[in-house]
Design a protein around this ligand. Structure first.
Ligand code: AMP
Length: 627
């Protein structure tokens, strides 16, 4: 009889079986999906051959929404139901949206207790997460149609400056779209991966991302297989559209189009400008043909030199954030190893030239700058889905700010320090402060400072049902776990009784990259003061603990174990500690605690003897010696 065959655990019997995985660049203007096929990463087109999917959803009553190019045509005729740029709303409260100045023409509805505002459409009130999910569903379908099977999982890219709330919202959208998120990946990191920088030497890399409407600059450090985002900056209102505008204005001057005619023709003129600009990326001259509805005609040409003169001031504007990020990261130009170009506008030879001059490096431009992020995500997805031979390096990230817990005295105890590689899990034991304490609040903090007041509160939850014990006897193990996407879950368990409670942190909205930066700067600035305050608070907490314990002891045993004179002396020292406790001097508090300890030593010894005698009553000495 032939033996039955069993495959090795975790290995499939089919020799060429490939887990279908994809990388998704979920962009503000356009989105893309890419995958690795036969070892090559490529973006996937729709049936019409288009790779870019405009990130626009058009809602229609009682019908499935239209996505992408099909939706775009309704932007002007049905603006309230045609939602674009939803990425700007992800994980944001209405207040954030107002302050970031996105003048989006939607009908926002703010719901009580809900972070993100909803948008009222003919299809009902929808959250940014639901709208993003429609874009993701479309890309999922595209990938599954072209790969001929269900996706195992995806890697979705997010801007490096996205906070926890924005990341969580992106993940929620993916879940809603029926996607398994292998992980979220920072966009600049994905671009670096596309160029294989993660496989190269350790070093500092710059990702210069100039799109249609935004500019982002990120400085990454690759060290021991970990990409750390050292600094980011940018300008959310600078991009290719501004180039088009200056060209359009120049044309109007040349064609003698009066200023008041500008407004009505600006769109048409900007379209002509954009075509000319794109032509000039590969050719020396572009012809301009203006034929406006009111009969105005003009024909001219634009050459590269003229274009450069027009756009140089705008390119120059991107250099300011570049300088700032270098300064923030504490680096000089000589520290930079590689420069990677991302975004459609980096196709312009002048942009490449100026960036090369600034960083004194020839930038990487070989991969299509619109696709490079999706390609990096696909490479990462392929590894995470288990399609690579063992040993292939997995890209890791680090947490930007320490995660801690509030302890007595309004202090923060750090559980996972900043820059720890994720995923990570760390546990620490805590105990009760008071006799008979049956509940404990776990207050989760983020930040580098020592006091709760100076850190960011993420959330809090309660562990209830702790069996009543003397203070300090319970053992509560608190575990912080950060998954590969930087999302935190916290559990608390009382080890003796086994009762436990946990929470997934969905932080309050609105922590910006510059907030993180500010928090880090403050932690350095106030480091000395913080140590002093921490010391003081710790002594005050210790004083409270000693006072509480002593009062409880006097109540139960004072009447029969304390002589009158002792009682008086202890009370004098107790009053002194109570008074000194309110001072700002940790040393004096410590001294007062020691003095109180001294005058209570005999009382403590007598209590100990007494409780042993009580315990032994009715039991023979032999019984004890056996133990
Ligand atoms: P993105 O937001 O990354 O899709 O970039 C869109 C911007 O890239 C628009 O302003 C486009 O005009 C610009 N763009 C795309 N292709 C080219 C090109 N060949 N030359 C110059 N700019 C381009």
């Amino acid at each position: 009889m032939a033996l039955l065959q069993i495959t090795e655990p975790g290995k499939t019997a089919a020799p060429h079986y490939h887990n279908l995985a994809a990388g998704i660049d979920l962009g503000t203007t356009n989105s893309l999906v890419a995958t690795v096929r036969s070892g090559l990463a490529e973006t996937l087109p729709d049936i019409k051959g288009h790779h870019l999917l405009p990130s626009i959803v058009h809602y229609v009553k009682n019908e499935t929404p239209q996505i992408g190019t099909a939706a775009k045509q309704y932007a002007h005729t049905d603006p309230l139901n045609t939602i674009a740029s939803v990425k700007r709303l992800m994980g944001r409260g209405l207040k954030d949206i107002k302050t970031i100045g996105t003048r989006l023409p939607y009908d926002f509805v703010e719901k009580e207790g809900q972070g993100m505002p909803m948008i009222r459409t003919v299809a009902g009130e929808l959250s940014p997460v639901q709208i993003s999910a429609e874009i993701l569903k479309n890309l999922k379908q595209r990938a599954e149609d072209s790969l001929g099977g269900a996706l195992t999982g995806v890697v979705i890219t997010v801007p490096a400056y996205f906070d926890d709330a924005q990341r969580q919202a992106t993940k929620d959208a993916a879940i809603l779209a029926g996607l398994k998120v292998l992980r979220l990946l920072n966009e600049p990191t994905a671009a670096a991966v596309a160029y294989g920088l993660d496989q190269g030497a350790e070093g500092i890399h710059v990702i210069y991302d100039l799109g249609g409407g935004t500019f982002d600059i990120s400085i990454l450090r690759l060290q021991r297989g970990v990409f750390e985002v050292l600094a980011t900056a940018g300008n959310s209102a600078l991009g290719g559209d501004d180039f088009d505008r200056v060209i359009a204005q120049w044309m109007m001057q040349e064609a003698n189009i009066a200023n008041d005619a500008q407004q009505s023709h600006i769109r048409e003129l900007m379209d002509i400008a954009r075509t000319a600009k794109e032509t000039l990326s590969t050719q020396d001259t572009a012809s301009l043909n203006i034929q406006l509805a009111d009969g105005l005609q003009w024909h001219g040409t634009l050459n590269r030199e003229q274009l450069n003169t027009l756009i140089d001031p705008l390119i120059q504007k991107t250099m300011m954030p570049c300088r700032r990020t270098l300064r923030d990261a504490g680096l000089t130009l000589d520290d930079i190893n590689e420069v990677v170009m991302v975004g459609g506008s980096t196709r312009m030879p002048r942009v490449r030239e100026k960036v090369g001059d600034f960083f004194k490096r020839t930038p990487h431009v070989n991969i299509d700058p619109d696709k490079v992020v999706a390609i990096g995500a696909a490479i990462q997805a392929d590894i995470l889905a288990g399609n690579k031979p063992d040993g292939e390096m997995l890209l890791l990230d680090v947490i930007p700010l320490s995660l801690g817990i509030e302890t007595m005295g309004g202090l923060v105890e750090k559980i996972i320090p900043r820059n720890t590689t994720i995923p990570v899990a760390r546990a620490q034991d805590f105990t009760t402060f008071k006799d008979g304490q049956i509940a404990m609040t776990i207050h989760i903090m983020q930040g580098e400072r020592e006091l709760v007041l100076d850190c960011r509160s993420l959330t809090r939850f309660e562990l209830r049902g702790i069996p009543p014990m003397v203070a300090g006897a319970a053992r509560i193990r608190v575990t912080y776990q950060v998954d590969a996407d930087g999302l935190l879950s916290v559990s608390a368990k009382e080890e003796i009784s086994g009762i436990h409670s946990d929470i997934i942190v969905k932080p309050s909205y609105g922590l910006q990259d510059n907030d993180i930066e500010q928090m880090l700067k403050d932690s350095l600035k106030y480091a000395k003061e913080d140590v002093i305050t921490r010391n003081l608070r710790e002594q005050q907490v210790e004083a409270d603990r000693v006072i509480n314990a002593l009062r409880a002891a006097i109540t139960t045993d004072g009447h029969h174990l304390l002589k009158h004179q002792e009682f008086v002396t202890i009370n004098i020292k107790l009053d002194e500690l109570l008074r000194i406790k309110e001072s700002k001097d940790a040393k004096s508090i410590k001294k007062a605690i020691e003095q109180l300890d001294e005058v209570t030593q005999d009382f403590a010894a007598r209590r100990m003897d007494y409780s042993i005698r009580q315990a032994m009553q009715g039991r023979s000495v032999d019984e004890f010696s056996e133990n």
